[in-house]
Design a protein around this ligand. Structure first.
Ligand SMILES: Cc1cc2nc3c(=O)[nH]c(=O)nc-3n(C[C@H](O)[C@H](O)[C@H](O)COP(=O)(O)O)c2cc1C
Length: 189
């Protein structure tokens, strides 16, 4: 059976490099005869920041009712997660960080030691910044680990623009054979 994919476009911009890559991914998967991935464009979502109240410890879910419920429902059913994110000052953009923080309910419910599903991150950046994007990768890896994913690959599209992000899509979504860092270790929590 074909893998269930979920794609998250984590940019606040509807027509930037990450959105271009996300639309290209959907197109390539359709051409390959793969099922349409569940797709979320962060700029279309209402995801409030975590307020650290810890109510999810008792509830097993967030008390807030917004679009994060749909994201979590998709994550629960997905086999492979693909995220495209810009780098903002080496880290994640605020909206994407809010989404990652809202994975905190999993922190209380996730069975550690279980098998984790693969996740793949495409990073878009303008380039010229000397600080890289390690914080973006580490925040992603840490939050996804509690949600039951291992960050299996990172496709770097720094200074490549939308065309470079589009070119990286086969590798990002696993239609190519040359993913970077497949099987790299992840941080448990
Ligand atoms: C607040 C802010 C901070 C940024 N910081 C970085 C950075 O540290 N490194 C970098 O390469 N690009 C940086 N950029 C540029 C974006 O990462 C780049 O334009 C990216 O391609 C945008 O992705 P998008 O077109 O999918 O929105 C920054 C942009 C903004 C708005």
């Amino acid at each position: 059976m074909a893998a269930e994919r979920t794609i998250i476009c984590a940019s606040p911009r509807p027509h930037g490099a990450c959105a271009t890559a996300t639309r290209e991914a959907r197109r390539l998967l359709a051409v390959a005869g793969e099922p349409a991935p569940r797709t979320f464009f962060l700029h279309e979502l209402d995801v409030a920041p975590c307020i650290g109240c810890d109510r999810c410890k008792q509830l097993g879910r967030c008390f807030m009712r917004d679009d994060m419920g749909r994201v979590i429902a998709a994550l629960d059913e997905t086999d492979v997660l693909c995220i495209a994110s810009p780098v903002y000052f080496a880290g994640p953009p605020a909206g994407y960080k809010a989404l990652l923080d809202r994975l905190q309910p999993y922190f209380w419910t996730f069975e550690r030691g279980g098998a984790r599903r693969p996740a793949h991150l495409l990073v878009s950046g303008a380039g010229g910044d000397p600080h890289g994007f390690d914080p973006l990768v580490v925040c992603t890896r840490s939050a996804l680990a509690v949600a039951g994913f291992r960050l299996a690959s990172v496709a770097s599209c720094i200074g490549t623009g939308a065309a470079g992000a589009r070119a990286a899509v086969p590798r990002w979504i696993g239609l190519g054979n040359d993913r970077e860092g497949e099987g790299s270790p992840h941080d448990g929590r």
